[in-house]
Design a binder for this molecule. Structure first.
Ligand code: ADP
Length: 542
């Protein structure tokens, strides 16, 4: 039987086979909303009727500016289910970037949470082709007069039947559109098909990946506007797991309360979120009653973070992805190869980004494109291919691949067990006297220091060595740690010539819209540090 892989079938299955399982959402309004997969399916069908009635055609893009919540879930399935494209937009971007993305995608309908009303006010004049502005609320919360005509979501879907026959179409049709965060140049669109998202949902649920089941209560902290919350709204429906949506409240206190109240077993987010939660749990001594697994991705999970989480009863699962890979590529799941290792060695393995999940293939290549050995030492450009990897950006003429593989922009090693470790972003690597220094490794060592909470290492122009590492770090509030003390901490941990030439302490580090270190901003501010200081007291020894 040939049945196309369509997202509507995931929700349909959840409604039929896990119809009474809950989807719990903390709403922008502050309260907790509860309903079931059966309710979600009924309302997604109601939305599908409303969209069809207002003339939305297959292939049309519908923008969303929304937190994780049940209405966003209905949009995911209702929009994609009729063959239209759910275009999730990151509200943390600058308004003109958001307008660029809306215009580039050709969105004519935009659905947004009430907390983004002021943002919409700024963006709307720059997006004249948007005809429908829909606020995700009921009529009472919708302002009567506004810069552009508004309607509430509840009014939009209200009155339409909750029965709909999901159309059957080619599984290669587009379902979701997401833009990269554009830290270099304009944001680029990445279009996901029903087939690619369905296959990733299956693969990510497998035991050596996220190991999801109907017994789980999944709380995606990673936003639904950041690469589909790493596919969790799909894999949760697929497995019939309970879904817990944190809405806009991502502070440690609110997350802990929600996890505890809803007995969450599985969650996912960037390291910044988990650093905050681990710190909160350490300070308050609070523990969740239920053991939890937390996927740490988007940036490296340091051994210190994994240990801090473990001390709180949370198992860190290190994973690596990228927008262009839907996003999931590797998961560092426990394997029999590592199980018997001493704790220190195991921690070193757990700091790796892991093995390619089924459906993804990886390789590292040298300067001439030759494949490098899987020896855990040879670092080269990481290349990927697989069922949910792009071949070109949305609207681009040019294919993004090289010989059938996507260059990821990461520099990595792969060990004999197929376990991949990112050693740097190719644009962040520090080239000192013709040799490469890994900025990530230097940051990792700084974070091992008990008085350092955040660290970024960047290449600074240097009159003699072309580039030298500069460490920019945030100390604990009460710390009096000095730069020489921190640099001494590197002794014996890396080759002498890798040790940063200087440290600048700052009160906070800039983060991108997806919560990662914004190294571009740091480079702009500090790239002339050594030239300005003519700080040559310590030079590379090797
Ligand atoms: P952007 O590239 O705009 O930051 P993505 O979310 O697509 O947006 O980021 C992908 C990149 O994030 C990867 O290429 C990699 O450099 C980094 N990344 C993702 N997960 C990890 C991880 N577990 N460890 C280290 N880096 C990671």
């Amino acid at each position: 039987m040939l049945q196309p892989l369509l997202l509507s079938s995931l929700l349909q299955r959840a409604a039929r086979h896990a119809g009474d399982v809950e989807i719990v959402s903390r709403r922008v309004e502050g309260d907790i909303h509860r309903y079931t997969y059966a309710d979600c399916h009924a309302r997604a069908m109601q939305l599908a009727n409303a969209l069809t009635a207002c003339g939305i055609q297959p292939g049309d893009r519908i923008g969303t500016l929304a937190w994780n919540g049940y209405r966003h879930m209905e949009l995911y399935y209702g929009v994609a289910g009729i063959g239209a494209v759910c275009h999730t937009i990151n509200p943390r971007l600058f308004p003109d970037q958001i307008a660029y993305i809306i215009n580039h995608a050709g969105d004519r309908t935009l659905c947004f949470d009430s907390s983004f009303l002021a943002l919409v006010e700024q963006v709307a004049p720059m997006c004249p082709q948007v005809q429908n502005w829909i606020m995700l609320c009921d009529d009472t919360a919708c302002p009567a007069t506004f810069k552009v005509p508004l309607q509430s979501y509840e009014t939009f879907i209200g009155g339409h039947p909750q029965q709909f026959t999901w159309p059957i179409f080619d599984e290669r049709e587009a379902a979701v559109l997401c833009y990269t965060s554009g830290t270099t140049g304009d944001p680029k669109g990445v279009l996901y098909s029903h087939r690619s998202l369905s296959l990733m949902a299956y693969a990510s649920a497998m035991p050596d990946a996220f190991n999801l089941s109907a017994n789980d209560a999944i709380a995606p902290v990673v936003p639904m506007f950041h690469v589909n919350a790493w596919g969790l709204p799909f894999s949760a429906a697929l497995t019939g797991a309970k879904l817990v949506m944190p809405g806009p409240k991502l502070d440690a206190d609110s997350l802990f309360e929600l996890f505890e109240q809803e007995r969450v077993t599985f969650t996912a987010g960037v390291p910044t979120i988990w650093l905050g939660l681990a710190d909160y749990m350490r300070r308050t001594g609070k523990r969740t009653e239920v053991p939890m697994r937390a996927v740490v991705g988007g940036a490296a999970c340091s051994p210190q973070l994994a240990t801090s989480l473990r001390n709180c009863g949370i198992t860190a699962i290190h994973a690596r992805g990228m927008t262009e890979m839907s996003p999931l590529g590797t998961v560092c799941s426990p394997s029999r190869t590592y199980a018997d290792l001493p704790a220190d060695d195991r921690a070193r393995v757990e700091a790796k980004q892991g093995r390619a999940i089924a459906g993804i293939d990886l390789k590292v290549v040298g300067a001439n494109g030759e494949e490098l050995p899987w020896d855990g030492q040879s670092a080269g450009d990481l290349m990927a291919r697989g069922h949910w990897v792009i071949d070109r950006y949305f609207g681009a003429d040019k294919c993004a691949l090289q010989d059938g593989w996507l260059p990821t922009g990461d520099v990595a090693t792969i060990d004999v067990n197929g376990c991949m470790q990112i050693t740097d972003r190719s644009k962040d690597i520090i080239k000192s006297g013709g040799e490469w220094i890994s900025s990530i490794e230097l940051e990792g060592i700084a974070l091992m220091h008990p008085e350092i909470t955040m660290a970024a290492c960047i290449a600074c122009e240097h009159p003699k060595w072309d580039e030298r590492p500069l460490l920019i770090a945030v100390r604990r509030p009460d710390s009096t740690l000095t730069a020489p003390e921190l640099l001494a901490f590197y002794g014996g941990r890396v080759a002498k010539w890798w040790i940063p030439d200087d440290v600048v302490f700052v009160s906070e580090l800039p983060l991108t819209a997806t919560g990662k270190l914004q190294k571009l901003a740091l480079r702009q501010r500090f790239s002339q540090h050594f030239v300005e200081l003519v700080h040559l007291s310590r030079t590379p020894a090797g």
